[in-house]
Design a binder for this molecule. Structure first.
Ligand code: ADP
Length: 207
């Protein structure tokens, strides 16, 4: 079973991806985490990628598609895959469909107000990438891996509008691309984490 999660920044894709990967034993591929990992390891393209993501812009299609393909070639897994943050453009969607069959596309829908509020409050673990809400969590140590919890360098008021606009301009067409396929489902992302998860699991369970 291969799944795509589409949604604006801070729509809850990462949180749902972790829950679904665990529940259905899927390989979780987050292109955002992949990019942050390349930047941390100071590898090829590090500086270029850091500049792009800190400005809130999208990584160019050719580069992100190459990064994903290179990663998929190194993975020796028979598991289904959960794509979190990919595809973000129609070109990426077309490329992905050449590589894998997609069973479910979940669009997690949230308003701009929610995006702004969640990004303001979002902290992530620099070790494992787990998300925290600053209004609910005190301390800076990750409960899961003991890593340091920080604000993401691209989670700023300046980049949030750029990222949301990029979502509307480049990624929303991906929603339209999948809209008429039977794999497509819209999910209300304004609800709590558990309720969003229930909506998705009910759809998967009903097939
Ligand atoms: P969020 O969903 O909060 O925007 P992500 O971790 O998914 O966070 O992505 C962070 C950044 O990584 C994006 O703003 C973009 O610059 C880059 N990125 C991630 N995935 C892609 C992709 N598929 N195509 C282009 N850029 C990407």
């Amino acid at each position: 079973m291969n799944i795509i999660l589409i949604g604006a920044p801070a729509s809850g894709k990462g949180t749902q991806a972790n829950l679904l990967a665990q529940k259905f034993d899927l390989l979780h591929i987050s292109t955002g985490d992949m990019i942050r990992d390349i930047i941390r390891k100071d590898g090829q393209y590090s500086n270029e990628l850091k500049n792009i993501i800190d400005s809130g812009e999208l990584v160019p299609d050719n580069l992100i598609i190459d990064i994903l393909k290179m990663y998929l070639n190194t993975v020796d897994s028979k598991k289904g895959i959960l794509f979190d943050g990919f595809p973000r453009t129609v070109r990426q969607a077309e490329e992905l469909e050449k590589i894998v069959d997609i069973d479910y596309v979940f669009e997690i829908e949230v308003s701009l107000e929610t995006v702004i509020k969640r990004i303001e409050q979002r902290l992530i673990c620099s070790g494992c990438g787990m998300s925290y809400n600053s209004s609910k969590h005190s301390g800076d140590i990750c409960e899961s891996c003991g890593g340091k919890i920080k604000k993401r360098t691209d989670d700023t008021q300046e980049t949030v509008t750029v990222r949301y606009n990029n979502y509307c301009q480049s990624t929303y067409p991906v929603v339209k691309y999948f809209h008429d396929k039977s794999s497509y489902h819209q999910i209300d992302g304004e609800k709590s984490t558990d309720e969003v998860n229930d909506q998705i699991c009910k759809i998967i369970g009903s097939k």
